[in-house]
Ligand binder design. Structure first.
Ligand SMILES: Nc1ncnc2c1ncn2[C@@H]1O[C@H](COP(=O)(O)OP(=O)(O)OP(=O)(O)O)[C@@H](O)[C@H]1O
Length: 284
């Protein structure tokens, strides 16, 4: 099967258990530096598709091809941890990963969780846990990052912060990202491609294309309508080391979050800790 430089490629891939097809006929690929998002309702086959991409499940029909010597970072939907046991973030990072102290702390720093290194896993908030899990997945510099519901349990601001972080990791590491969600609000965050599943591929394309697609609108009904906002990532300003903000036009401000120089028709987000600006654009 051809790979065309893709990290992973599924072709007409499907999984059958006994007589039931869990998902069928999936064509999908992730290239280096690309973010592909799988969306669909509960039970539509998103995790099953991701597991075929990861090689955890072999397709019953069709093919799943991964690039030779591909390294993968995986954040599963559920952690199988005994939460009654005391476990620090530092130990969790190294449980199945032979990480150096540097690898451990630098990846936690990158996800904004450096200060949590000695915290107890069971006391982390939802957003902190997601940042620690992301740090663990990126610690070995994977070629492909697979994230199953990376924003589960987070509030709206927390979702945007995590999506922005994922965009930043893709930009700095150049890895491909396969992301799964059944959330519709900012799920298309920075995705290059969206694949909409419901036991098969209903529709696919750029976030804007998919949000206008008839199958997508039928699948998600009223939720797919005007309330949908596609999160777009822009690099409009830079936070200088002295705390000033330098805008795209070169002007600098003292006390500004970077939001007030955006076009008036754009709604600026306030994702915490970001070097860049994200904004929400209504579509459809
Ligand atoms: N090993 C299995 N044996 C039988 N059925 C399975 C198995 N694994 C998954 N399924 C079924 O396959 C379907 C797809 O499951 P999958 O976990 O891929 O869905 P999903 O889109 O990720 O759902 P969710 O959004 O709820 O996480 C579901 O109906 C599920 O019950």
């Amino acid at each position: 099967m051809k790979s065309d430089g893709n990290l992973v490629e599924l072709a007409r891939a499907g999984i059958r258990v006994n007589t039931d097809w869990l998902v069928r006929g999936v064509d999908m690929s992730v290239a280096p530096g690309e973010i592909v998002t799988l969306i669909g309702p509960n039970g539509s086959g998103k995790s099953t598709t991701a597991k075929m991409a990861l090689g955890i499940l072999s397709p019953t029909e069709g093919t799943a091809h991964r690039r030779n010597a591909l390294t993968v970072g995986y954040v599963p939907q559920k952690l199988s941890i005994d939460w009654t046991l005391p476990l620090t973030v530092r130990r969790f990072m190294r449980l199945t990963n032979p990480l150096t102290a540097d690898e451990c702390s630098s990846s936690l720093e990158l996800t904004g969780a450096g200060h949590l290194i000695d915290a107890s896993m069971r006391h982390l908030s939802g957003g902190e846990l997601q940042r620690v899990m992301l740090a663990r997945a990126i610690a070995r510099r994977p070629d492909l990052l697979v994230l199953d519901e990376p924003v589960q349990g987070l509030d709206y601001g927390g979702e945007i912060a995590i999506y922005e972080l994922i965009s930043e990791i893709r930009r700095t590491h150049g890895c491909g990202v396969l992301m799964i969600s059944h959330d519709l609000h900012v799920v298309m965050a920075a995705a290059d491609q969206v694949v909409c599943l419901n036991g098969h591929v209903c529709c696919r394309g750029t976030p804007s294309d998919v949000s206008k697609h008839q199958s997508y609108q039928q699948l998600f009904g009223a939720r797919a309508g005007g309330a949908l906002a596609v999160y777009e990532h822009h690099h409009d300003h830079v936070h200088l080391p002295d705390g000033k903000v330098q805008h795209k036009d070169g002007t600098t401000c003292h006390d500004c979050s970077g939001e007030h120089h955006t076009a008036p028709d754009q709604e600026a987000s306030s994702a915490a800790g970001s070097q860049n600006e994200g904004r929400l654009t209504r579509v459809g």
